[in-house]
Design a protein around this ligand. Sequence first.
Ligand code: PLP
Length: 420
Amino acid sequence: MGNQMCKYGLDELMEVIDVFNVSEKSAAKIRAILTEETPEPNAGNFFRYYNPRSKTVEFEKQFAAHTGCKYALAVNSGTSALISALVAAGIGPGDEVIVPAYTFFASVSAVVVAKAVPVIVDIDESLTLSPEAIEKAVTPRTKAILPVHMLGLPSRMDSITEIAKKHKLAVIEDTAQACGGTYRGRYLGTWGDFGCISLDAYKVIGSGEGGVVMTNDEWLYTRAQSYHDTAACWRPDRYGRERKEGELFCGENYRMSELEAAVALAQLRKLDWIISTCRRNARILKDNIQLPAGVKWTEVCDPDGICGYTLPLLFEDKEFSIRAQNAGVVGGNAGDATRGVRNWHMAWHWEHIIGLKSATKEGCPFTCPHVKELKRYTADSWPVTKDIIHRTGVIGVSQFDTEEAMLNAAKRITEGLAKC
Ligand SMILES: Cc1ncc(COP(=O)(O)O)c(C=O)c1O
């Protein structure tokens, strides 16, 4: 591992080890051990290609095997996974994509970056896209539905895929917050044409930054692969001519690095444990919290499929929800209901969309001549979603909590709610 032997060696590895906050004493021991090592061929090549030991390729293989999707493409974020999927599905100028009014803004931003326009519709009490709202929003220009499995809660994928089939729409599942969750026993992200995972630091499993595009369709995979890697640079025959029209086009560089892939691989091995432990802890809380009149458990679409790291409650009125949030008994939506704090998870704060903001003064894609009828929004366009979100309280669950800690938490929450 000597400095002179390869481009990336001991010095770089020690910086990575420092990220884990090891003591100086341990770091010195590790350095001493590794100084003895001689580099292996290809060690320290952080590029996913030309690399027989590629962690990225291994991660893709294991992720696909784990979730049961045919193709998994590792990318550098959940946002780039969504953009790659939208582009691969052929969505672009003048196309409308239906997204929920409750999601992290990246879901909507990805649509705009892909040059299409978002049509933002209400959720229902499951905190996910309302099938009725989708039906009402479909127009001849609709090309895709983008359900978001918020807070690790599955969307109603049977109804959504049925609507999509009826209107010949693509389904791109934003599974950023729900890696490892299921709907009717099938992994989230494998119901639609695409599933898009985020591996950022706050997600179920993470690699600092990162993402995965999941699909069962070889052609859609080929196009996502092309776009994520600057114009199909790394097809099997790198410099070959286009094998089929629609394969070669200009793209981005959304490649995952070997460093992220190495972390993602280790995290993937923990996924089952994380999900099963969170579900167990959520179950203990649910079984032991006594809810007073005026509040009920959120009716999630598939209680067995939740990731389990959040347990949402629905209050009858906003004031009760605010009292419980202010007392610290439940979490809310980062102060949106309690203090009117701006928050990028709710459509009424998306001034980029409400104000049709664009990176350039031409106003693309909103002003694109392909856009025939642009739906305009105000902060008051989603009263149903606003009401549900303002009446929702969230209990956070962690895989690191013991059963005893959960029982104590259940007692504290029961007593806290009774006092509100
Ligand atoms: C619902 C949702 N979609 C997309 C994203 C974007 O993922 P990333 O941060 O990896 O780009 C996030 C991240 O918070 C998210 O919560």
